[in-house]
Ligand binder design. Structure first.
Ligand SMILES: *Cc1c(COP(=O)(O)O)cnc(C)c1O
Length: 373
């Protein structure tokens, strides 16, 4: 069937598109249950919130559904949500761009600023959406190795050429959990040409406890060419809703607004996000759980004499050796993690913090598969 379809069609996508490897999402639980017949699998693979969603967000979504329904288009500007974010962050409202997840803003940003043969600097072993979005514009990703599991700002600054339009940074970094120190970043910014945008992807910033991290919003306020990306997918537990935002100087938003799909965030997503911002108890509960369970996991791994990379996020790397094999063995036991082999860390798996009972099961299962391996 597929073969037949392919011979009839003579479509040609550009080579820079056909050479892209699709983003590999974490295995959905239903798929695992279907494929391996495993009951009650646990998923610690996509850095999701183990407590579920903000209850206030769920309530607001139900209410919006009842009161407003879905037959009308949403407010394309997301006025109420962007107003709330602007007030909260103390930035002008025209500094906010909403997205169908922060992935969406990465796509809009690259499309707006990159043309054929332009360059974007990306750390190796980072979030794959940067590379995919850059390539999809026919532009060239320039990769800089990590240094001791952290982004190497000095090497990144040196990789910038006259063709560079965007630098991607992640703080805290996924998958290593490392952060960028404020003083290192200030030095870095001084070295960056004023026609280069620095993207500061802060998908996990709520979890960071280090006191010497960057205040990126202050830098936006100061008019630096910085785009801060935030999301409701992680700390707020709304990954399935698809909503995120970018904070940036008005000059950048005015460019993005020209090509942003006009209704890229829906009625339910906007309503849920507004309520999630008000749900301080849920956020606090989430941060408390993550902190407590990270130290639980560290101490259990210490007992098993396994190395790990200390984290500022809700996930971290564990050195198990032979990540692919450990990943498969865990999967057969119904524990979904991420092998980091495709990120160049052959010996590491990444797990995110789950509920206490999930973390206990992960440790027990890991101990078992490592003994058998
Ligand atoms: C999860 C994640 C995001 C968020 O993606 P959404 O599209 O908002 O769900 C962005 N950047 C990184 C590094 C992530 O890990």
């Amino acid at each position: 069937m597929a073969d037949k379809q392919n011979t009839i069609m003579k479509l040609q996508a550009p080579e820079y598109i056909t050479s892209i490897t699709p983003y590999p999402p974490g295995k959905p639980m239903e798929e695992l249950e279907r494929e391996l017949g495993i009951n009650r699998p646990i998923k610690l693979a996509s850095n999701e919130n183990p407590l579920g969603s903000s209850p206030m967000a769920i309530k607001a979504i139900n209410l919006a559904l009842e009161l407003d329904g879905l037959h009308r288009y949403p407010d394309g500007s997301g006025f109420n949500l962007s107003k709330k974010l602007a007030d909260m962050l103390e930035v002008p409202q025209d500094n906010i761009v909403l997205g169908n997840g922060s992935d969406d803003i990465i796509t809009i940003l690259t499309r707006a600023f990159l043309k054929n043969n332009d360059e974007a600097v990306i750390s190796e072993s980072s979030f794959l959406m940067y590379e995919i979005s850059v390539r999809s514009c026919g532009a060239k990703p320039v990769f800089v190795p990590l240094k001791s599991f952290a982004q190497d700002l000095d090497a990144i600054a040196k990789a910038i050429t006259p063709k560079t339009r965007i630098v991607f940074l992640t703080n805290p970094h996924n998958p290593t959990g490392s952060i960028i120190k404020a003083e290192d970043f200030t030095d870095f910014l001084d070295r960056i040409p004023s026609d280069v945008i620095t993207v500061m992807d802060e998908a996990y910033i709520e979890f960071a406890t280090a006191t010497d991290s960057i205040n990126s919003i202050d830098l936006v306020k100061a008019g630096k060419p910085i785009v801060v990306l935030r999301t409701f997918s992680k700390a707020y537990g709304l990954a399935g809703l698809r909503i995120g935002y970018g904070v940036m100087p008005g000059m950048i938003t005015s460019i993005l607004e020209r090509i942003r799909p006009p209704f890229n965030t829906g009625i339910l997503a906007q309503a849920g996000a507004i309520a999630a911002l008000e749900d301080k108890p849920f956020l606090q509960k989430t941060l408390k759980l993550v902190k407590k369970e990270i130290s639980f996991l560290y101490s259990e791994l210490d007992i098993l004499k396994l190395d790990y990379i200390p984290t500022q996020a809700n996930f971290f790397l564990i050195k198990t050796g032979n990540a692919k094999q450990i990943f498969d063995a865990l999967l057969k036991e119904g524990v979904i993690v991420r092998s980091m082999a495709s990120y160049g860390f052959e010996d590491y798996i990444r797990i995110n913090v789950g509920l206490h009972e999930e973390n206990v099961r992960f440790i027990k299962t890991l101990e078992k598969v490592m003994k058998n391996g």
